[in-house]
Ligand binder design. Structure first.
Ligand SMILES: [Zn+2]
Length: 238
C-alpha cells in the first residue's frame, strides 16, 4: 500500500505520527504516512528527524523509489512496526515553499507575456532557477517580467490546492505550459491555483499567500543556446 503523502494536502504540517511499514538496509525507512517531501519536480527533499521512544534518527534524504517515499536516516536501529514521530526541518521546507510559489509566478508571467514554455526548474533554499523556451534573449524584458512577478506577489493572492479530472484540466490552456512534461497518467491531477493568476498541475508544496514570498530579485540570465534561456532569482524578506 502506498504511503499517504500528507504534504500534498497540508504543506504546513511540521510534525506527525506514523508507523514504519518497511526498513531496507537498516537505514531506508518507509512509513504508512509522511509529511516529508521527496526530491522531485525541481523541489529538493525535506530533512528532519524521526523520533522513537525519545531516540533521534536524522533524516538526511527523502526520495521516491518505485512509488514509495523512502526516508534515509543517519543510523540503523529502526524496525518495521515501530511507531515514530516525524518532524521536518521547517526553515528549510518553508524556504523551498516560498521559492516554489515564486517559480510559478515567474513561469506564469513569462508564459503570459512572451509565450515562453518552461523546460526545467530547480529550487534551492537560497536561489531558484528556471529554464524557458524563448526566442528572444532580452535582459530588459526579463527584468520587466520580474517587476510584474513582484507586483503579483505583493497582491496577497491566496494559493489553493485541489484535484481536478485530467481531461478537464488539459482543456485549460494555462495548464499546459510545461514543455514536453505532461502530468503523470492519472485520472485526477493535483492543481496548484494562485487565485486569479495561474493554475498548474503540480506535486509540490506552496505557501498559502503570495505575500509570504517576499521580494523576488532577478539575479542572472543565461543564454543556453537556441531558444534556451535560463534565469536565476533570489527571495528577500523585509
Ligand atoms: Zn511547481
Amino acid at each position: 500500500m502506498m504511503a499517504k503523502a500528507l504534504y500534498m494536502d497540508d504543506a504546513y504540517l511540521k510534525e506527525f505520527e506514523a508507523t514504519i511499514t518497511s526498513v531496507k538496509d537498516g537505514r531506508y525507512i518507509v512509513l504508512d504516512k509522511t509529511a516529508f517531501y521527496p526530491n522531485g519536480g525541481g523541489q529538493p527533499h525535506d530533512t528532519g528527524t524521526l523520533l522513537r521512544d525519545g531516540e533521534t534518527f536524522r533524516v538526511v534524504f527523502t526520495g521516491k523509489f518505485s512509488g514509495d517515499i523512502s526516508h534515509e536516516v543517519d543510523k540503523a536501529g529502526l524496525k518495521q512496526g515501530d511507531k515514530v514521530q516525524g518532524i521536518i526541518d521547517w526553515d528549510r521546507r518553508y524556504a523551498l515553499m516560498r521559492y516554489h510559489t515564486a517559480a510559478h509566478i515567474l513561469s506564469g508571467v513569462f508564459n503570459k507575456e512572451a509565450g515562453a514554455l518552461i523546460t526545467g526548474n530547480q529550487l534551492d533554499i537560497a536561489k531558484g532557477r528556471i529554464d524557458f523556451s524563448l526566442e528572444e534573449f532580452d535582459r530588459e524584458k526579463m527584468a520587466a517580467y520580474f517587476e510584474m512577478a513582484q507586483a503579483i506577489a505583493e497582491k496577497d493572492l491566496p494559493i489553493k490546492v485541489y484535484y481536478m479530472d485530467r481531461e478537464e484540466a488539459l482543456h485549460i490552456p494555462e495548464m499546459v505550459k510545461l514543455a514536453g512534461v505532461l502530468p503523470p497518467a492519472v485520472k485526477q491531477l493535483r492543481i496548484v491555483d494562485i487565485e486569479g493568476f495561474d493554475r498548474q498541475a503540480d506535486g509540490g508544496t506552496h505557501v498559502r499567500s503570495t505575500r509570504e514570498i517576499g521580494k523576488i530579485v532577478f539575479t542572472k540570465a543565461e543564454n543556453k543556446g537556441k531558444n534556451n534561456r535560463r534565469v536565476y532569482y533570489t527571495l528577500r524578506t523585509a
